[in-house]
Write a protein that binds this ligand. Structure first.
Ligand SMILES: [Cu+2]
Length: 205
């Protein structure tokens, strides 16, 4: 009896600690894309231009951070945005979900650059108005549709240039590799496991 009680005493805070550590990370999702001319639709583009994109979604704070960098483009950048949601993952073309004609302050007029902006996804200005309408008319529905589309591999970031008006480089977003747990999370696990082991040892004496 005593040993079970002791084990429960320490097992509960351990479980709570692990759960809270897990949920703290669970509402952040990071998606990445490599942007290439070969990925353009309907015709691949022959270009030396390349780029990367990272989208960080926080569904508690209701924000979407857009980071992008690109270089070596043949034409000068005109506009860039996220298109969503294609009928099939990873292929085809579809309308724009993010602000039109372009992300606010996206660097235009050059062949290289970088971008980093966080959007309040409760604000209508963070979407193409047509995407809100098509999603059901509210920013909440639009955010849900965009999240589903990105998670399903049906959203791509496209950079349009003076060389190819329909887009010189693009890439479909995919879930980024899982990050290594924070050191403090591991420390919490080790402390918790140590307490349980000590309690079990004590109860067996
Ligand atoms: Cu576009």
């Amino acid at each position: 009896m005593r040993s079970a009680a002791l084990r429960n005493l320490f097992a509960v805070p351990l479980a709570v600690g692990l759960l809270s550590a897990g949920s703290a990370a669970a509402h952040i999702a990071i998606y990445e894309a490599t942007l290439t001319g070969a990925a353009e639709f309907p015709n691949p583009v022959d270009t030396d231009g390349t780029g990367t994109a990272r989208i960080t979604i926080d569904d508690h704070a209701m924000t979407m951070r857009v980071e992008a960098s690109f270089s070596g483009l043949t034409g000068n950048v005109t506009i860039a945005h996220i298109h969503c949601c294609t009928a099939e993952p990873g292929v085809g073309g579809v309308g724009v979900a993010s602000p039109v004609p372009s992300f606010p302050d996206f660097p235009a007029g050059g062949t290289s650059g970088s971008y980093d902006q966080t959007f309040d996804m409760t604000a209508a200005a963070s979407y193409n108005p047509a995407f809100i309408t098509a999603s059901g008319g509210t920013t909440g529905a639009a955010f849900g549709a965009l999240l589903s589309g990105i998670a399903d591999g049906k959203a791509y970031l496209n950079i349009h240039t003076s060389f190819v008006g329909s887009g010189e480089i693009r890439g479909f977003l995919a879930l980024a590799p899982a990050p290594v747990p924070e050191p403090e999370t591991w420390a919490l696990c080790l402390v918790g496991a140590g307490l349980v082991a000590a309690a079990v040892r004590r109860s067996r004496r």
